[in-house]
Write a protein that binds this ligand. Structure first.
Ligand code: TMP
Ligand code: ASP
Length: 231
């Protein structure tokens, strides 16, 4: 079938007027696609982990675009108009935050921190402040406060979910979409879009293994899936 859109990690296929089929690829990129590779089995893990997390969040009152798993690598979702924002929640300093402020990775933050980036490959996803989001009319005031509140709630739910599975949720990125005026959690939630550290060893179990050339990324992804599905 004709694809609607191909991104760095997923392909979207149109279905009916209201739904899309999402196909998860094994291709991995980092640093705005300056680094490229394959993580064998990643597409299966990201599809299944995302599906399980969307189901968990829905069960706790979070509205998402997720409808159902279609195959190992595919899910059906509602069509939404994606807000051009990456919404990041941080529990501990890591990645770009640790670098920007010169703090050690793993430093706990006094309170969970929500940050926004403008979704733009051309600009390298620059940080954007809430006032600029409103000034550029990328979201309304009501929408923005709903996005922030939902992200904090998702953070609480996911942190508990992973803690019960021996994983420390360090940070994650969400995307939201609009459908008939309603804001829905969209995109994916997977080891590509989260940092997860093994509570016992402190080892990263996410895409940082690829970003930092640590090796063992395929195995780490499989282990995250195993723990997510353990129930
Ligand atoms: P950062 O520390 O590199 O800004 O990343 C924060 C979180 O967002 C981390 O869990 C990884 C995730 N992330 C994405 O999902 N997509 C991206 O393009 C980037 C840069 C980070
Ligand atoms: N997904 C982003 C990219 O390719 C960055 C990242 O996840 O590190 O470029």
């Amino acid at each position: 079938m004709e694809k609607l859109y191909e991104g760095k990690a997923k392909v979207l296929f149109p279905e009916g007027p209201d739904t899309l089929r999402v196909y998860f690829k094994d291709e991995a990129t980092a640093f705005n696609a300056r680094k490229r590779g394959i993580i064998p089995g990643k597409g299966v893990v990201n599809n299944k982990v995302s599906a399980a997390l969307f189901r968990h969040l829905e069960a706790h009152g979070i509205k998402t675009h997720f409808l159902e798993e279609l195959s190992d690598r595919e899910m059906r979702v509602l069509r939404v108009e994606i807000l051009p924002l990456e919404v990041i929640l941080r529990f501990r300093a890591a990645g770009s935050f640790a670098k920007r402020y010169g703090v050690k990775e793993g430093t706990p933050l006094k309170a969970p921190l929500v940050e926004f980036s403008l979704k733009s490959d051309a600009l390298g996803d620059p940080l954007i402040c809430p006032e600029a989001i409103l000034a550029l009319d990328l979201a309304g005031e009501e929408e923005l406060s709903q996005v922030k509140a939902t992200t904090l709630r998702v953070g609480e739910l996911l942190r508990d979910f992973f803690a019960q599975r021996g994983l420390d949720l360090i940070d994650f990125k969400l995307e939201f979409g609009k459908r008939n005026g309603e804001i829905l959690l969209a995109d994916e939630i997977s080891p590509d879009t989260m940092r997860l550290w093994d509570q016992r060893t402190g080892e990263p179990m996410d895409k940082d293994r690829f970003r930092k050339d640590l090796g063992g990324e395929a195995e780490a992804y499989q282990e995250v899936l195993r723990r997510v599905l353990k129930g």
